[in-house]
Write a protein that binds this ligand. Structure first.
Ligand code: AMP
Length: 282
């Protein structure tokens, strides 16, 4: 595995692979790798000649009161996990390397961000789209891999790729969960033992919502109320949102029909957790 921290080296290397006719699978991450990330790496490994992984905690996508400074980092462990899972190129630039001067141009996301995390984290997806635009130009991947755990991110990246004509195939990978259903996340380490016991209630609530829809419920408000009640009854977390939209458009529905996302975000004392399920409603 080649490890580099330099934009120029990375770009030259990736250009060479492209000239050799190799396909490149790219997995962008913020590191502190877990099995969710590994699922993306494995999928990229299956589908491409070269797998490139980036580890970069992007300050641009964190709000002033968010967890940029204390976001968990362990680059040596990340390198080991990447190598064990067949990554060819490991790119871990510093903030100064990625942003050597104040940006003179920034990407602003206009669709699919007035709801869910876009609403509760203003500017977050502008930061994501800006860093991905940079990373796509550095890595020049054939395919880019994203997790459905961050379903709104997938919807935003879909727009970015299409609007800016990136010749990249977006691959969305299902959410990897702990045995008790909690979605794997680098932020799960912030949970106290008590909160960790409560946290699977998010997925249980989503499963109940799914069941209700399968049993014929079609009113978004009724389904949201069911999810909220379950989370309130079973956790100490404060609910940030519980919402249902058409997916990937993220537009409200009067009656549930077609592909829909049921998404939740909650705040525990030191961790904001998100989860969702996407389902087809007949
Ligand atoms: P992060 O390091 O949190 O920015 O995540 C990097 C990528 O891994 C994103 O595309 C995430 O959606 C994806 N990811 C994170 N957690 C999971 C998970 N539990 N299952 C599947 N993908 C995930």
């Amino acid at each position: 595995m080649i490890v580099t921290t330099k934009v120029q080296d990375m770009q030259t290397m990736m250009q060479q692979y492209r000239l050799e006719g190799k396909t490149i699978g790219f997995v962008p991450t913020m590191g502190y790798l877990h099995e969710g990330h590994v699922a993306l790496i494995k999928k990229a490994r299956e589908e491409n000649d070269i797998v490139a992984l980036s580890v970069f905690v992007n300050p641009l996508q964190f709000g002033p009161n968010e967890d940029f400074a204390r976001y968990p980092r362990d680059i040596e462990r990340d390198e080991r996990i990447a190598k064990e899972n067949g990554v060819d190129v490991f790119f871990c630039p510093s903030v100064e390397e990625m942003y050597p001067r104040p940006l003179s141009v920034q990407v602003v996301v206009k669709e699919r961000v007035d709801v869910l995390c876009g609403k509760s984290r203003p500017g977050h997806f502008d930061g994501v789209a800006t860093v991905l635009t940079k990373l796509f130009h550095i890595v020049m991947p054939t395919r880019a891999y994203f997790g459905m755990k961050d379903a709104q991110q997938v919807a935003v990246v879909d727009g970015l790729i299409r609007d800016f004509h990136f010749p990249i195939e977006l691959v969305a990978v299902p959410t990897v969960r702990e045995e008790d259903g909690l979605a794997k996340s680098s932020r799960n380490i912030y949970l106290s033992p008590e909160e960790r016991k409560e946290a699977p209630a998010l997925y249980q609530a989503l499963q109940r919502a799914k069941q209700a829809i399968e049993n014929g419920e079609r009113h978004p408000e009724t389904v949201c109320a069911l999810v909220k009640d379950y989370i309130q009854a079973n956790t100490s977390a404060e609910i940030d949102y519980v919402e249902i939209y058409a997916y990937p458009e993220l537009k409200p529905l009067e009656k549930l029909r077609g592909k829909v996302i049921i998404a939740v975000a909650v705040r525990f004392a030191n961790a904001r957790l998100i989860d969702n399920i996407v389902m087809d409603v007949k």
